[in-house]
Design a protein around this ligand. Structure first.
Ligand code: ADP
Ligand code: MG
Length: 684
């Protein structure tokens, strides 16, 4: 292994060469075919892949310490002359040693199994030496060394020592030193022909500052530049989709009655809210055209998205075509099929679960409801409309399946995840938006309490009383199935233990209550019979995991207990809370948490006072420093590498910049982020 110089100076090549972002890594000096194969296996194929693999962190080796001032255990960098470099054996172990001295003292250097290092050292030359100091032996073990001056006596640009040094993730199959050298080689010869002069630094400079920063502030500025580039790419992508989409004239067209309330069948047992009716009108307006609909239907948990979707399907079936509803879980798919069958008794519904065998398609126009199994069958179903429920659960690959169709169907994506309007307008402009911002009349806000641990027993008595008096059901949710072996998760509640303790308590105190346990590691059969018993009202308290987050529509459920509530994102908590009080009875949400830090407590208190999902999202935005209220994994669009959805300021800046971009502008980060836009749509 070469330890000292940059690759090009070692090779002594004077031929000018250059790289662009799309250059394959095997064309980069210092990467042979074996190394390239390894990199490729991990997904690093082009210069861009490595250049965008930003450091995990930086080690500050910029300050040098006088040898006289070294202290035990400190990670230090000294600058001095290395002498006495030698190889020797200790038993069968190959060892290397040297000494480094400055004006104030001498320190021993030691390596194991690293004979190359000795041959690379020029005796008496000046080096930066970084490592951890051992005071007892007055030595540094396995230090990183790097010459201060190059062959010509010029001050070298250091990459391993004497500066902020980047440290990379170990998923890149390169030793840290090699990676730094390769990146230096790449960045020294990289050209970005379409690099734009913006208010910010150029992209090339940003990449240089990300890997080899001048100062910590430069890292911040560089990251912002990359974030901006990422947002510009997304905006560009979204606009392109929007344009292309408008040119499509492939979708089946339907005739819509003048008065859209005529599409609402009498079998629906309630009056639709104004917001539901407005959404229906918007959706029907879309499917009356042959330009495929690409609409997002957002509404808080329990706002009644299903019936809105059902009305579209019903009309489509009446006019002779199929539609498909894709749900994230089997439980949810089954429930959709059942509740839609009740509301639309004349609509043929087929439940599709599992299996890749071609479906037998009924002759009557049908609504197909299922999990991703439906997606596998799209070619057979040829739906006029595809609906995705709880869109944040879907991966890209599943969604792009519709692209294989010979026509473009109408697409409706339903989500309870509130997406700030500014984001929608700026970044996802290719999607139309319908918002159900009104709850069905009579719906009572769920009362939410943060219960201190010392009141656990009394809350159990209260729970028993509530269930017995109102013939109600309760759901208890724990983050884990089993106790975690990780120390960090020692106090996190798990379903099996909670079930055991609650079972014991209730048997002694309220033996008439029936408890059961449901989790994903149980046999499918067992899960199925538990769910059936639950719907049949044979279970009073269900102890389970977040698997029920979007899955249960129990009319009699009035209490949800969330254990270790601090472990859940706001969006998840809100989803869970939406599982109770669904038939206009008073719902209760009890939060237990043994988190002691103020941020978590405050977050849960905020949550217990606010019942509106959109408001919670806004609070999340205004409380930015306060942590990850809507943890990124909760979002339907989380795979951003640099930008941050909550940074509305940068998003605004990106929009302004985008509008000023010259015609020849091309998104430079293309593949990396475009998944994002695709994730929100099916177009390509
Ligand atoms: P979500 O938007 O969370 O998917 P659902 O569509 O599951 O909500 O509706 C929640 C419950 O509210 C269902 O039981 C549904 O039948 C009922 N519902 C929907 N719309 C209304 C309404 N306008 N009035 C009364 N109940 C309604
Ligand atoms: Mg729903």
């Amino acid at each position: 292994m070469q330890t000292v110089c940059c690759i090009c100076s070692q090779i002594g090549d004077t031929q000018p060469h250059m790289y662009v972002l799309s250059t394959r890594l095997d064309e980069v000096k210092g990467i042979g075919s074996a190394l390239f194969a390894k990199l490729q296996r991990r997904g690093y194929t082009t210069v861009k892949d490595l250049a965008l693999a930003v450091p995990l962190r930086y080690e500050d080796r910029s300050q040098t310490t006088d040898i006289a001032d070294l202290a035990e255990g400190q990670l230090i960098t000294v600058r001095g002359n290395i002498t006495h470099a030698r190889n020797f054996y200790k038993g069968r172990r190959s060892m290397q040693s040297a000494t480094v001295s400055d004006k104030t003292g001498v320190v021993k250097l030691q390596w194991f199994n690293n004979p190359h290092i000795i041959s690379s050292i020029k005796d008496g030359e000046e080096y930066f030496v970084s490592g951890t100091y051992n005071a007892k032996y007055k030595s540094l073990s396995q230090p990183t060394i790097e010459r201060v001056f190059d062959r010509h006596g010029e001050k070298k640009e250091n990459i391993h020592t004497g500066r902020l040094v980047p440290l990379y993730t170990t998923t890149i199959p390169l030793p840290q030193g090699t990676q730094r050298r390769i990146l230096k080689e790449i960045l020294n010869h990289l050209r970005i022909p379409t690099d734009l002069e913006l208010e910010q630094m150029r992209l090339l400079e940003a990449l240089n500052e990300i890997h080899f920063p001048t100062t910590a502030d430069h890292v911040v500025a560089a990251r912002e530049r990359l974030a901006l580039e990422e947002l510009l790419t997304l905006i560009g992508r979204s606009r392109a989709i929007k344009k292309k989409w408008k040119e499509l004239h492939t979708a089946p067209q339907f005739t819509i009655p003048k008065n859209h309330t005529d599409t609402i069948p009498d079998s629906i047992p309630f009056t639709l809210t104004g917001a539901q009716q407005r959404s229906i009108a918007e959706i029907l307006g879309d499917i009356s055209k042959n330009v495929p609909m690409n609409r997002l239907l957002i509404g808080d948990v329990g706002s009644g998205k299903t019936v809105v979707a059902g009305i579209a399907c019903n009309l489509i079936a009446e006019q002779g075509q199929n539609s498909a509803l894709v749900a994230p879980t089997k439980i949810l798919a089954t429930q959709h099929a059942q509740s839609l069958a009740k509301m639309f008794p004349h609509l043929p519904i087929a439940l599709v679960t599992g299996g890749r065998k071609p479906l037998t398609i009924p002759t009557k126009p049908t609504l197909f409801v299922g999990t991703h199994a439906v997606i596998n069958q799209l070619k057979h179903i040829t739906p006029a409309l595809i609906m995705y429920d709880e869109q944040h659960r879907f991966g890209v690959s599943q969604r792009s399946a519709a692209l294989e169709l010979e026509y473009m169907p109408h697409i409706l994506t339903m989500s309870a995840t509130p997406i700030p309007r500014s984001l929608m307008l700026t970044i996802f402009s290719h999607l139309q938006l319908s918002v159900i911002d009104e709850m069905p009349a009579g719906r009572k806000p769920t009362k939410t309490w943060l219960v201190p641990e010392k009141k656990r027993e009394s809350s159990y008595h209260w729970l028993a009383d509530e269930l017995l008096t109102n013939k109600a059901q309760a759901i208890v949710v724990c983050p884990f199935i089993d106790p975690s072996e990780h120390l960090a998760f020692e106090n996190v509640a798990c379903a099996t233990e909670t079930f055991a303790t609650m079972q014991q308590f209730m048997q002694e105190q309220h033996p008439e209550l029936r408890l059961d346990l449901l989790h994903s590691r149980q046999k499918k059969k067992e899960q199925k019979s538990t769910i059936e018993a639950l719907y049949a009202g044979e279970i009073d308290i269900l102890i389970t995991t977040p698997m029920v987050e979007v899955g249960l529509d129990l009319k009699r459920a009035s209490v949800i207990v969330i254990e270790s509530a601090e472990r859940f994102g706001m969006a998840s908590l809100h989803q869970l809370r939406g599982r109770v009080g669904r038939a206009n009875q008073q719902g209760y949400c009890l939060l237990f948490s043994n988190a002691h830090n103020m941020t978590s407590k405050k977050r849960l208190e905020t949550f217990s006072k606010e019942n509106n999902g959109l408001k919670l999202a806004e609070l999340d935005l205004t409380n930015r420093g306060s942590g990850d209220l809507f943890g990124t994994t909760q979002h339907g669009f989380s795979n951003l590498q640099f930008a941050d959805w909550t940074n509305l300021e940068l998003i605004g800046k990106a929009q302004k910049t985008f509008n000023k971009l010259p015609k020849h502008w091309k998104p430079l980060l293309r593949e990396g982020v475009t998944q994002q836009a695709d994730n929100m749509t099916l177009a390509n």
